[in-house]
Write a protein that binds this ligand. Structure first.
Ligand SMILES: [Zn+2]
Length: 300
């Protein structure tokens, strides 16, 4: 029996880590006496909001990995602003740990040639660009505090991995293994925040995906005799309004799309955990993510 692939929802919003959209930028360091504009102050303010949202999650969940991301990465983020062909750092960095640049993009940045594509691409919520050691986030549409915190912990985790234990980002296997690890991390935090309401929704999504797979003649994601491949990507649906109850209301369609993609990935991961032994489940999740990222144009 041949496995079927289904069409991926066009509103897939993924972390564009290691993206093909990586931009070459010159980093202009903050000099003494450099003047700071109103727009610069706004970007510094945005950074503080994202960092405090991430810290709140780390402290409330007491998740060791989240606390490590906060202390090893987020406590030395320096806000930056885009310039023509570069990035201007707006703050001084601490000397004791490596710094990471935090670049919030706002609607007006569509006038910037280097970053225009990222601002306009609705498939990108946040990204970490290793070459420039920069976390880019979008403040183009409103997002809730909890979602900003989760996304910054996600990107901060990538930043920390590459800062402290570098690996070859161009190796698709290593890329997807790290992405899987970071999604496992994000899933654990989201479950801790969303509690019973989130877990109940997750069960509903797992059941929906199982029904969809069954219609395609598949028994979940179990390895099936005679199948040419098990790499099936189930469809993502539109936003589950109940996620507002679990995680506080989403503030824009952009946030809803990003939340739903993460939630859908979480449900697929659960199916792998239920259907396969431990190691095999993790391998399956990595392959699934690799396909998602290939479809999203992140990986070749
Ligand atoms: Zn990621």
């Amino acid at each position: 029996m041949k496995s079927k692939r289904t069409i991926l929802c066009s509103v897939l919003v993924v972390c564009l880590f290691g993206s093909l959209l990586t931009v070459a930028v010159n980093l202009i360091k903050k000099g003494k006496g450099t003047s700071i504009s109103r727009g610069d102050l706004d970007r510094i303010k945005i950074k503080k909001q994202w960092v405090s949202a991430a810290e709140k999650i780390a402290h409330e969940t007491k998740d060791k990995e989240a606390l490590a991301v906060v202390s090893a990465v987020l406590q030395n983020l320096v806000a930056a602003a885009p310039t023509s062909g570069g990035v201007r750092v707006l703050e001084s960095s601490r000397e004791d740990i490596p710094f990471t640049v935090f670049l919030p993009l706002v609607s007006q940045d569509t006038s910037n040639k280097t970053f225009k594509d990222i601002v306009l691409n609705r498939g990108i919520f946040a990204t970490y660009q290793h070459q420039n050691r920069t976390i880019i986030v979008k403040e183009v549409e409103p997002s809730s505090e909890v979602w900003k915190g989760l996304m910054l912990l996600h990107e901060g985790h990538h930043a920390g991995d590459l800062l402290y234990e570098p690996y070859d980002l161009d190796d698709p296997e290593l890329f997807s293994d790290h992405e899987r690890h970071v999604h496992n991390f994000q899933n654990r935090l989201t479950s801790a925040i969303g509690g019973f309401t989130y877990d109940r929704l997750l069960r509903k999504e797992v059941a929906r995906i199982r029904t969809e797979l069954k219609k395609q003649g598949l028994d979940g994601v179990k390895r099936q005799a005679g199948a040419s491949t098990n790499l099936t990507i189930p469809n993502r649906t539109e936003y589950y309004a109940e996620l507002d109850d679990a995680l506080t209301p989403a503030l824009s369609q952009f946030e809803k799309d990003a939340r739903q993609t993460s939630f859908w990935i979480h449900a697929v991961f659960m199916i792998y955990e239920e259907d396969r032994p431990l190691h095999d489940a993790e391998v399956g999740k990595s392959i699934f993510l690799r396909m998602v990222y290939q479809r999203g144009g992140v990986l070749k």
